[in-house]
Design a protein around this ligand. Structure first.
Ligand code: GLN
Length: 625
């Protein structure tokens, strides 16, 4: 029987419920258990694909092409698992499920209602997905963490709360535990318990009793014993069931903090975890994860040398927009034993017109770019700030500063090359006087007289936005001869074919490829048919790499994403890069299960008619993968 741990939240959202939930999962993994996770997002959207990163944080992409909430990224990274689109439940998805059944006539003439039809659909969904193998063992998980987004008491989450209330009886008391995450505000040094009392009261009123109350303090002072006792008293739980989670040096310390408060011991008893059959191999795996995790977090505090990275993007006000990119940089810096400093640069501020309009911002932005050890241009959409990104790339290329371009950053690197090295006179963008030359059809309409160097991919829908991009895990094949010189290939341990997740609508224009390569910018990685350009690398440069894919979605704390690792290592210096390239040859392991890498099915899906015409049409995702 699968054990379920529901993690709900009260008072306010955004207090780190996801980190607490994934840390709990990690701890159970160290105990030898196989853990998976489900995130419930009580919004009407079918998925996160159409949501704005500046409002909701990054759109995280899964192997199967699912565009999901960024918390799924937390789970994949902490638990070292591979999840599917069904691991993210939204109101839109369950309603669609129920409505489809109703249209098929499955309800046999009954009135279809929130209770029991929607609540049953939610429970069946959770039960089904909790059994899908998620880790390298390929077997059914022992524990499923279910994180309920939002806060208890919202109109949106009501059907899910009711479903979970029923669920505890469906699976039985010893298979269901609840962690409620609440906020304990610190007011001038005094820890306030009233919001926690209120939210626990509301939770009980809805029929859910917390087994553990995780008290988030958004200060570095730990939960005081007196506060703990007060919460225990007023919320009707034992003091051992009250856990404090204050601000720590890094989120990687959270599992250790939870462990120190006996959470595993409590859950072991509460969920009768000793009844789960844990093999000696799994125990050993757990032990090794625990040791390496501890080593990583304690080691982190001893780094004195720094590495600074300029992240030149357009959503820099809301750092969650680049969550996985930041994680990849963090994991890489950890490996290189450096303290990471990110210079957040709003790309628009680098543009020459800002010199007059906002001189302070302009000079500040350039100071950050030129002062950084490496320059990163991440993914993005739309034309705002593009020219600034192109200028930063030009600087990195010419000044031989380590550069990494991801998706849009890769496309911009090609545009920069075409303008400044190849001298292509393409269309011009926002200001005709300032920016003339090659461009992407995403920013300036394509015209026969000035064809774009980055073009709309033929198979992509022009009318539907949700789930219609080129999505999910796809292979990149390195060109012959690159094994002798390519740094990025060496970082993938010399593999001839690599797998990363994609999310894009545009590609490098095929008719331009020959000319670009002939001028000295090699596309060292292409799709399996050799038609789509997916990776570039300059030969005569400390590290100048661009990828059409988003390798940041597959980074792991103890197994950093290779292109990011190379980038950060190069930013630390050539000898560090050399050392990491050598280390990777021995230690790199692709974080994907064997069955995820299915090129034949992929090839069949590519070039099919417009994806929106079929209900499940996200490239790789169609069940065949
Ligand atoms: N906007 C670009 C495209 O659609 C890049 C996408 C991205 O960076 N994810 O191709």
């Amino acid at each position: 029987m699968t054990k379920y741990i529901l993690v709900s939240g009260g008072v306010v959202s955004g207090i780190g419920k996801g980190v607490i939930a994934s840390s709990t999962g990690l701890l159970l993994k160290t105990a030898g258990l196989k853990v998976t996770a489900i995130k419930i997002d009580p919004y009407m959207n079918i998925d996160a694909g159409t949501m704005r990163p500046s409002e909701h944080g990054e759109v995280y992409v899964l192997n199967d092409g699912g565009e999901v909430d960024l918390d799924l990224g937390n789970y994949e990274r902490y638990l070292d698992v591979t999840l599917s689109r069904d691991n993210n439940i939204t109101t839109g998805k369950v309603y669609r499920d129920v409505i489809e059944k109703e249209r098929r006539g499955d309800y046999l003439g009954k009135t279809v209602q929130i209770v029991p039809h929607l609540t049953n659909a939610i429970q069946e969904w959770i039960e089904r997905v909790s059994k899908i193998p998620a880790d390298e063992t390929g077997t059914e998980p022992d524990v499923c963490i279910v994180e309920l987004g939002g806060t208890v008491g919202d109109i949106e989450s009501a059907p899910f709360v009711e479903a979970m209330r029923q669920f505890q009886f469906r699976v039985g008391h010893e298979n269901f535990a609840l962690i409620h995450v609440s906020l304990v505000p610190d007011m001038h040094g005094e820890q306030k318990t009233k919001p926690t009392q209120t939210t626990v009261h509301a939770l009980r009123g809805l029929g859910l009793l917390p087994d553990l109350i995780a008290c988030r303090l958004t200060v570095s002072k730990p939960l005081e014993t007196a506060t703990k006792e007060k919460i225990s008293m007023f919320c009707h739980v034992h003091p051992d069931q009250v856990i404090g989670v204050h601000d720590l040096a890094s989120v990687y310390h959270v599992p250790l903090l939870l462990q120190s408060q006996g959470i595993v011991k409590y859950l072991r008893k509460r969920l009768n975890l000793d009844s789960v059959n844990i093999s000696p191999a799994m125990l050993e795996r757990g032990q090794s994860i625990e040791n390496r995790w501890k080593q990583m977090t304690t080691g982190q505090e001893r780094f004195f040398e720094t590495v600074s990275i300029a992240l030149v993007g357009k959503y820099t006000d809301f750092k969650d927009s680049y969550m996985s990119v930041v994680k990849s940089l963090e994991h890489s810096a950890l490996r290189c034993q450096r303290r990471l400093i990110i210079h957040w640069v709003e790309s628009e501020n680098l543009q020459p017109e800002m010199q007059e309009q906002e001189p302070a911002k302009y000079h500040d932005a350039w100071r950050l770019v030129v002062g950084a050890d490496g320059i990163l241009v991440p993914g993005g959409f739309g034309s705002r700030g593009i020219e600034g990104m192109i200028l930063a790339i030009k600087w990195a290329r010419e000044q031989k500063k380590p550069f990494l371009g991801i998706c849009l950053g890769f496309q911009c690197a090609v545009i920069e090359w075409c303008r400044n090295v190849l001298g292509l006179q393409g269309s011009s963008s926002t200001n005709i006087l300032l920016y003339i030359g090659a461009n992407s059809a995403e920013f300036v309409p394509d015209s026969p007289s000035s064809p774009s160097v980055v073009v709309f991919m033929p198979e992509i829908s022009k009318t539907h936005m949700g789930g219609t991009m080129r999505l999910g895990l796809r292979p990149t094949v390195f060109s012959e001869g690159t094994e002798s010189w390519s740094k990025v290939r060496a970082l993938y341990a010399g593999a001839g074919k690599i797998w990363e997740r994609h999310r894009h609508r545009y590609e490098i224009s095929p008719p331009h490829v020959e000319q670009i390569e002939a001028s000295g910018l090699p596309f060292i990685g292409k799709d399996e048919k050799g038609e789509r350009m997916q990776c570039l690398e300059l030969l005569d440069h400390p590290y100048f790499v661009g990828l059409q894919a988003h390798p940041e979605f597959c980074t792991r704390p103890l197994n950093p994403s290779p292109p990011f690792l190379g980038f950060v290592a190069a930013a630390c210096g050539p000898s560090v890069l050399q050392a990491q390239m050598e280390a990777q040859r021995k230690t790199f392991k692709p974080p994907h299960p064997e069955h995820a890498m299915v090129s034949e099915a992929l090839l069949r899906n590519e070039g099919e008619p417009l994806p929106t015409e079929t209900p499940q049409a996200n490239g790789v995702a169609n069940g065949s993968a």
